[in-house]
Design a protein around this ligand. Sequence first.
Ligand SMILES: *[C@@H]1O[C@H](CO)[C@@H](O)[C@H](O)[C@H]1NC(C)=O
Ligand SMILES: *[C@@H]1O[C@H](CO)[C@@H](O)[C@H](O)[C@H]1NC(C)=O
Ligand SMILES: *[C@@H]1O[C@H](CO)[C@@H](O)[C@H](O)[C@H]1NC(C)=O
Ligand SMILES: *[C@@H]1O[C@H](CO)[C@@H](O)[C@H](O)[C@H]1NC(C)=O
Ligand SMILES: *[C@@H]1O[C@H](CO)[C@@H](O)[C@H](O)[C@H]1NC(C)=O
Length: 197
Amino acid sequence: MAFTKLPLFLFFIVLHGILFLSHPMHCNDEEDKLLQDINGYRHSLKLPNFTENGKAACLADKIADDLKDKPCDKKAHGYSSFAGSEPKFANFEKQLDKCDINFNTTEDGAILVACGPKIDSPEVLHNYTKTEYAKYINDSNYTGAGVGSKHGWVVVILSTDTSDGTFSGAVSLVPNIISMANFMVALLFGVLLLSVS
Ligand SMILES: *[C@@H]1O[C@H](CO)[C@@H](O)[C@H](O)[C@H]1NC(C)=O
Ligand SMILES: *[C@@H]1O[C@H](CO)[C@@H](O)[C@H](O)[C@H]1NC(C)=O
Ligand SMILES: *[C@@H]1O[C@H](CO)[C@@H](O)[C@H](O)[C@H]1NC(C)=O
Ligand SMILES: *[C@@H]1O[C@H](CO)[C@@H](O)[C@H](O)[C@H]1NC(C)=O
Ligand SMILES: *[C@@H]1O[C@H](CO)[C@@H](O)[C@H](O)[C@H]1NC(C)=O
């Protein structure tokens, strides 16, 4: 290919990467508010705020989406899992895949499920700061958090700074089919663009 067209080609690939492979944007005011309130509580305990963990938030959304049709009753806490306990979702692996998270980076995390009339009701915040969950919110080993919600179901995932709890995708060597397909499409378009220009 002509050298003059190479920069254009690379530009296209990079642009495509930015558009399609970047972390999913996370913008939900009520979920942000819950994280802020939880951080207010952390602040009152003189603990550092949780930083927002985008991949954990992606997973929290997927879990909340799966729970949304279940009746919201007292059993919400039963869906939670903590370091050393198995996640209680049949399609957990699939959910991890969708968010590009390696299972091995989830083991030290905590998945805290609640259900209330509304995510911004005092009951929900109360459940994260005043019930058995408080022990996890209190724990300085957790440094990041992701919040997801759907139809009153609220999922807060806490992540750590250690390799077993970051909720990241870095370790996986299994080729991600979606990313691969995206790359091939970019390549094709790039070649097409070159041939018509
Ligand atoms: C921590 O979160 C609280 C509540 O959202 C906020 O008021 C405070 O400014 C935050 N602190 C830092 C260091 O970001
Ligand atoms: C809060 O936690 C209690 C158990 O500790 C549970 O019975 C209740 O349903 C929970 N409420 C919400 C809104 O999750
Ligand atoms: C969380 O920390 C506060 C302040 O240190 C303490 O009063 C409370 O008992 C702790 N809660 C749990 C569940 O550990
Ligand atoms: C934090 O993690 C360390 C090492 O795993 C552990 O020894 C410590 O008890 C944890 N701290 C809390 C507050 O759970
Ligand atoms: C996850 O950890 C197990 C056991 O340490 C290891 O055998 C496996 O290869 C790891 N998987 C990935 C995808 O890193």
